[in-house]
Design a protein around this ligand. Structure first.
Ligand SMILES: CC(C)(COP(=O)(O)OP(=O)(O)OC[C@H]1O[C@@H](n2cnc3c(N)ncnc32)[C@H](O)[C@@H]1OP(=O)(O)O)[C@@H](O)C(=O)NCCC(=O)NCCS
Length: 155
């Protein structure tokens, strides 16, 4: 069995945003392979949209043995309709191919869950593309349950 390296979540400082968004673009190119309706990805438009709307966003590097192995973007916002409690939505989560299947993703999410347990967050959620079987298996292995399914079509 592969040995899991020590894993840490480290906030991304603003001076490393270029590298963060570059890794994010690589991740989205991979996600597009699971989305038959994927449209051309404009990394610059996406970057501006994220940076213009930072309320509740927490962006981290996933470090494995001190090496940059992936990224995590979480959005922590008041729940609805009970705004007295918070929900953390995992917006982006990526472990780069050389680091996969060694428990790096698992350890990163275990650390995230411990952080939110300590903060009193009500729930942590993650959206998954329906065809992304590895991600479905990953979140299920961590105890995340399928709660709802989004359907869509062109009008
Ligand atoms: C999904 C992803 C984050 C998993 O990261 P990882 O570090 O490889 O995951 P781990 O090694 O911690 O795996 C933990 C468990 O998840 C499940 N799992 C992970 N990858 C899997 C795969 N490709 N196929 C089936 N099960 C998988 C297994 O149960 C695994 O435990 P095991 O290795 O003991 O069998 C990574 O493959 C990735 O970044 N993929 C591309 C981006 C993506 O889909 N992100 C999620 C968006 S919702």
């Amino acid at each position: 069995m592969a040995v899991t390296p020590p894993v840490a979540l480290v906030p991304v400082p603003a001076e490393e945003y270029d590298e963060f968004f570059a890794m994010l673009a690589t991740y989205h190119a991979e996600l597009d392979t699971y989305d038959p309706h994927a449209e051309d990805w404009d990394a610059e438009v996406h970057r501006r949209a994220v940076l213009d709307d930072m309320e509740g966003r927490e962006v981290s590097w996933v470090l494995a043995d001190g090496e940059r192995a992936g990224l995590l973007m979480v959005r922590v916002l008041p729940d609805w309709p009970d705004e007295s409690r918070e929900v953390a939505s995992i917006a982006e989560f990526y472990v780069a191919p050389p680091f996969r299947r060694r428990g790096v993703g698992r350890e990163a999410i275990v650390a995230l869950l411990a952080d939110h347990r300590a903060r009193g967050t009500f729930e942590v959620e993650a959206g998954i593309l329906a065809l992304n079987e590895p991600a479905r298996a990953f979140w299920a292995s961590l105890g995340f349950e399928v709660r709802n399914i989004v359907t869509a079509r062109r009008p």
